[in-house]
Design a protein around this ligand. Structure first.
Ligand SMILES: Nc1ncnc2c1ncn2[C@@H]1O[C@H](COP(=O)(O)OP(=O)(O)O)[C@@H](O)[C@H]1O
Ligand SMILES: [Mg+2]
Length: 315
């Protein structure tokens, strides 16, 4: 594990740096950028969300992140479960710094990003830091502005969100180009998953949703859960683009991989769970190629994720 850049930490107060933005770095005023000029996204932001905690968002994000990176995609995984982060743990990383040093202005984004397996970049969240769970407006904007500086280096930005529907999480989700909702077949998990979809849909009626059904017990579970969710979504919200991305069984190799702090896709490449993650990573990869091609041609391309996040476009 090593930091991506060896730049010396810069010790500055948040009050001094919060105004610094990608736009200003390029000598432009942030208000011009946010209000008049939308920066076309070159990196596709995929937010991984769930209503209930413990559905498998981090298992999904880390495995799919590593598989996409192995397939040659440039991927950054943002651990947006900012106060109770654990993505780095499941990737076997032991980072020296985390997002709290970025937010308080001690370090710049290049100093906090760490490199994981197959060149996957990770922005580690803070573990057990309550203040990070709900950032202030200036802090969230600053975080987004810092990320915007390195956004062009990525094909895909995976955002591993915290559970629930707080204003902060909704803002992370509603700014995304694609939303992944992870649910288990439990009815409570499905109801809370629907609550996420409903609230994001209010802010972004056009959002595209992939459903992932985790911890399935048999082969019909996933389709059954998907059909039930789709029925409710259609009846209550109308026309929403929701597809089944895939499913993962409740699997002892997944449990073992957590114990060993390595993605199951790396340590049990022949397991059924790995086959499931591989299929989903391949679908995401194909979709990303198509998305990037369309972005280049589109008359009004999707705006850069971190610009939307910084500019309070949604939420
Ligand atoms: N496919 C699976 N098979 C077995 N256990 C799983 C599986 N997915 C998740 N788990 C269990 O659920 C826990 C929570 O998973 P995690 O990805 O950390 O959830 P989240 O990020 O949504 O809070 C894991 O630590 C593990 O014990
Ligand atoms: Mg998690």
């Amino acid at each position: 594990m090593q930091t991506v850049s060896k730049k010396k930490p810069m010790h500055r107060k948040l009050a001094d740096v919060v105004k610094l933005s990608a736009a200003e770095v390029r000598g432009e005023r942030i208000s011009d950028i946010q209000e008049e000029q939308s920066i076309p996204a070159t990196s596709q932001a995929i937010c991984v969300a769930s209503g209930k905690g413990g559905t498998g968002k981090t298992i999904f994000s880390t495995n799919v992140g590593v598989l996409l990176a192995r397939n040659g995609f440039k991927v950054t995984l943002i651990d947006a479960d900012l106060g109770l982060a654990n993505s780095h743990l499941l990737l076997g990383l032991d980072p020296t710094h985390d997002v709290s040093q970025l937010i308080n202005g001690e370090l710049l984004i290049e100093d906090v990003l760490v490199e994981g397996p197959h060149g996957l970049k990770v922005l580690p969240g803070g573990s057990g830091i309550a203040e990070l769970a709900e950032l202030g407006e200036g802090q969230l904007t600053y975080l987004a502005q810092q990320m915007l500086r390195v956004d062009e280096e990525n094909d895909i930005t995976l955002v591993d969100c915290s559970a629930g529907i707080t204003q902060q999480v909704l803002r992370f989700m509603a700014s995304a180009h694609q939303l992944v909702v992870v649910t288990t077949p439990e009815v409570t998990s499905m109801i809370d998953g629907y609550a996420v979809i409903k609230n994001v849909h209010k802010l972004r009626p056009d959002i595209k949703i992939w459903l992932v059904v985790n911890r399935t017990k048999d082969k019909d579970d996933a389709q059954h859960v998907f059909e039930k969710m789709q029925q409710v979504v259609k009846r209550r919200l109308g026309d929403v683009t929701m597809r089944l991305l895939g499913s993962v069984p409740h699997d002892r190799y997944v449990l073992r991989s957590i114990m060993l702090r390595q993605p199951v896709a790396m340590i049990h490449p022949r397991s059924y769970a790995t086959a499931c993650f591989t299929r989903m990573a391949n679908t995401i990869g194909m979709d990303n190629r198509r998305w990037r091609m369309l972005q280049k041609k589109a008359a009004s391309p999707d705006p850069a994720y971190f610009q939307s996040l910084a500019g309070r476009r949604y939420g």
